[in-house]
Design a protein around this ligand. Structure first.
Ligand code: ZN
Length: 301
């Protein structure tokens, strides 16, 4: 089910529309197939508010409001299509979402055939949405896994075509070319493209002011992280290490409102899969709710 208006529709109205249409919709990580049974009017009133699986940006991006921490945002156009149609490519100034205590689970470098599906199974079981920063090369290799990420209400971000620093960091034009190439791959598979990205290796030591300006002009919003599972550390840490790292790094004031947590779901990250249920449990115990990264997600520092 695609919400084509790109607007948040009142929950009850949407629920009613979807119930009458007998279509599939998503609510908190679960796919429910509603039979074409027409509910009585008072039942519609009481139906749990159904949220759209994702929001599509308006042509002028005017609907990107800071009020939906659990709903992914996509664009129906690539940048090339926007330029062709004379539509804006720059986002308006966005006020970041800043309510409560939100943890953002992020998984980089996938999708793969094994660990990403295992992560998706665990997230579904826990009723939690996450963000997958995918590479174009991996998306091409496993398009059905990318489709599943999208269909199950998770956010998808651009993580370059093949993660090669020598193409990304000599200059900003190379970086943008890699992003556009990857957008096209993602849009070819799921029909929409992300507005969010994560610079491979993070921005520190990689981005210059020129990168910040170019990203702004092209409507991309980058998010690094402020909590690392360290699941890609060279000393082959195990699941319990990641749980301990995340537990200690979410103790301070710096993560009191926003904890953006770096993990990986690509090949070789079986220990991350093993750690995930424990990580979710610890974050819930600390009072976090779970959000997905959107252009409105606060920066981690
Ligand atoms: Zn990466």
């Amino acid at each position: 089910m695609k919400v084509k208006t790109g607007k948040i529709i009142g929950g009850a109205v949407l629920a009613a529309a979807l119930l009458f249409a007998g279509v599939t919709y998503f609510s908190h990580g679960q796919t429910e197939n509603k039979a074409a049974e027409v509910p009585a009017e008072d039942e519609v009133e009481q139906a749990a508010p159904a949220l759209p699986a994702h929001v599509l940006a308006a042509d002028d991006f005017s609907n990107l409001a800071p009020s939906m921490p659990d709903i992914p945002v996509f664009d129906r156009y690539t940048l090339a299509e926007r330029r062709e149609k004379g539509l804006p490519t720059t986002l308006p100034d966005i006020v970041p979402y800043r309510e409560g205590k939100v943890a953002y689970l992020t998984f980089d470098d996938g999708p793969d055939a094994q660990n990403t599906p295992a992560v998706l199974d665990i997230l579904k079981e826990a009723g939690v949405h996450a963000t997958f920063y995918v590479t174009g090369r991996q998306a091409e290799a496993h398009p059905e896994v990318l489709q599943r990420i999208y269909a199950e209400g998770h956010a998808i971000g651009n993580h370059s075509y093949d993660h090669r620093y020598e193409k990304l960091y000599p200059d900003v034009n190379g970086f943008l070319a890699e992003m556009e190439k990857t957008d096209a791959v993602i849009q070819g598979i799921i029909g929409v493209r992300p507005l969010i990205l994560r610079a491979p290796g993070g921005v520190i030591g990689h981005f210059t002011k020129a990168y910040d300006a170019a990203l702004r002009a092209n409507g991309y919003v980058e998010h690094d992280w402020n909590v690392s599972s360290a699941d890609a550390a060279p000393n082959h840490p195990v699941a319990q290490d990641f749980i301990d790292n995340i537990a200690s790094e979410t103790d301070g004031e710096a993560t009191a409102h926003t904890a953006i947590i770096l993990m990986h779901s690509s090949e070789g990250h079986e220990e991350t899969v093993k750690a995930l249920s424990g990580i979710i449990r610890i974050l819930k115990d600390k009072g976090y709710t779970f959000g997905v990264i959107t252009p409105m997600t606060p920066q981690p520092w």
